[in-house]
Design a protein around this ligand. Structure first.
Ligand code: SAH
Ligand code: SF4
Length: 351
């Protein structure tokens, strides 16, 4: 529920509006799991609310943490569906850390990219805004106990977990507004990134909202033939539609946008393909984020391969030589299958 929805609910209980604001920040800032914890409310009122409503947070089924500070949670939702969400720790300097929460927007994903574990698991349903924000609240408590205020530590949110966020835009935006609310976590829009496989109408709708949300597009190939295979939604929205939509988004926000490019050995990582990519993006305010591929199968071991890392550096060098900014994504959480493309809806037996 948004702040206004909670205020309406409290007025229906004959309460003043300020009580609604109190309940809102109890849930969305302090992460209260039930009305009884809201000790700033009179006890009688708490009992009354307990009869009329509930605070539903996802239930943590398993928690895995890696040596690099990554924490992955498998969470169960009210209907029994499960999703994963990840918290990553970045050390800015000796006294400051930053957390990035990678949230899921759907149970499974309908796009079906062949290299992605989520895509292989099929699609179940969209998540509600509450289920999306719930992931962030639970991560805040589990990944950073005692760290306190999301605003103070500077949490970044990336919709790079399970699912295609632009196919669930309404709930993702509602979740964004709840996360952004200054009486909730107070996360600024500039710290929120939506990653899409290239749902062109979704990019246009997002642009229509006029919010300074960062957009990342999973490109992975610079020609339609290859992209049709790697990111199957390309058959519906090919590059000649996707790239102009990206250009409009970047122009409207006056900011650089990111293109993700997973490097698949022998498939899209040849240096001529780097040249082709640079041509495709020429003139766009774009940053290419190269992602060395993570194993998405069940038996494979996760871990970075030195040959892949070398190829990523060469690929980046070619792009930069042609005037396109390029970075290589720091692999995090590989040892607990929490890296890009490794999230799924069920528990995998640990080896
Ligand atoms: N569905 C959205 C959001 C997920 S973001 C999207 O695809 O953009 C997750 C990112 O990790 C995407 O860029 C995705 O293509 C990438 N990815 C998927 N599988 C991967 C793998 N096995 N190794 C590395 N990156 C992968
Ligand atoms: Fe879905 Fe993104 Fe995975 Fe493709 S990469 S299957 S769009 S989650």
């Amino acid at each position: 529920m948004t702040q206004n929805e909670i205020i309406d609910f409290m007025t229906s209980l004959q309460q003043p509006r300020f009580r609604g604001r109190q309940v809102f920040s109890a849930v969305y800032r302090r992460g209260c799991r039930g009305f009884m914890e809201m000790t700033d409310l009179p006890l009688g009122l708490r009992h009354e609310m307990d009869q009329a409503a509930e605070v539903g947070m996802p239930e943590v089924l398993s928690r895995q943490s890696a040596g690099d500070g990554t924490v992955k949670l498998l969470m169960r939702l009210q209907d029994g569906s499960t999703v994963e969400a990840v918290s990553m720790l970045y050390r800015l300097d000796r006294s400051r850390d930053r957390l990035t929460f990678c949230l899921s927007s759907q149970v499974g994903c309908p796009i079906g990219c062949p290299f992605c574990a989520t895509g292989k698991s099929g699609f179940v349903r969209n998540l509600t805004a509450g289920e999306i924000v719930g992931q962030a609240l639970v991560l805040l408590e589990e990944a950073a106990p005692g760290i306190g205020d999301a605003e103070k530590i500077g949490v970044n949110i990336v919709f790079m977990g399970m699912g295609e966020p632009l196919l669930n835009l309404e709930e993702v935006l509602k979740a964004g507004r709840l996360l952004h609310d200054p009486e909730g976590m107070g996360i600024s829009w500039r710290r929120i990134t939506i990653s899409t496989s290239g749902v062109v109408p979704g990019i246009r709708s997002l642009m229509g909202e006029g919010l300074p949300i960062n957009l990342a597009v999973s490109l992975h190939a610079a020609d339609n033939r290859l992209r049709d295979r790697l990111v199957p939604i390309n058959r519906r929205y090919p590059l000649e539609e996707l790239i102009p939509a990206c250009r409009e988004y970047a122009d409207a926000g006056g900011r650089r946008m990111t293109f993700e490019y997973v490097l698949l050995p022998g498939i899209n990582d040849k240096l001529e393909q780097a040249c082709q990519l640079a041509e495709l993006l020429a003139g766009l305010p774009a940053l290419v984020n190269l992602i060395p591929v993570n194993p998405a199968g069940e038996e494979e071991q996760s871990g970075s391969n030195p040959a892949d890392a070398k190829r990523a550096r060469e690929f980046a060098r070619v792009l930069k030589g042609k005037g396109i900014g390029a970075t290589i994504r720091e692999g995090k959480g590989g040892e607990i299958m929490a890296a890009c493309g490794q999230l799924r809806s069920r528990e995998v037996r640990e080896r």
